[in-house]
Every structure is written in structure tokens, then in C-alpha cells.
Design a protein around this ligand. Structure first.
Ligand SMILES: [Zn+2]
Length: 63
């Protein structure tokens, strides 16, 4: 299932892990991104955010 929007990210897959839900997303430009959404709530962890199409959440965990 894919949405037809050009500037939309496409969810490639979801995996349930002990830490939370891992979601792989393909950016509109083709780049893969991984998000970990903790079961406990709180900020999700993002790996490989797209530098081109960055639409990062307002608040991410940054050191
Ligand atoms: Zn992109």
C-alpha cells in the first residue's frame, strides 16, 4: 500500500521489538530512514534522517 503523494514518505516495514516499534521509511527522494518508537512513550529515535527533505519533528532527543 502506498500513498500517491510525491512529497510523502513511504513506510517500508514495521517491526515490533522489545524496545518499541521500529519503522523503516523511504523518503520521497529514496533515502531510507529508521524510526524507533518506544513503547514507554517519549521521543522517538531517528536514524538517517534525510538532509534534503528534512521534516524532522520539532523535538528530537539530541545530546
Ligand atoms: Zn529525502
Amino acid at each position: 500500500m502506498q500513498t500517491a503523494g510525491m512529497a510523502q514518505n513511504t513506510v517500508v516495514s514495521r517491526h515490533l521489538t522489545s524496545d518499541g516499534v521500529v519503522v523503516w521509511t523511504r523518503c520521497a527522494c529514496g533515502r531510507l530512514r529508521m524510526d524507533l518508537i518506544p513503547h514507554e512513550g517519549g521521543a522517538s529515535l531517528t536514524a538517517g534522517p534525510c538532509p534534503h527533505c528534512a521534516s524532522a519533528p520539532a523535538r528530537t532527543a539530541q545530546s
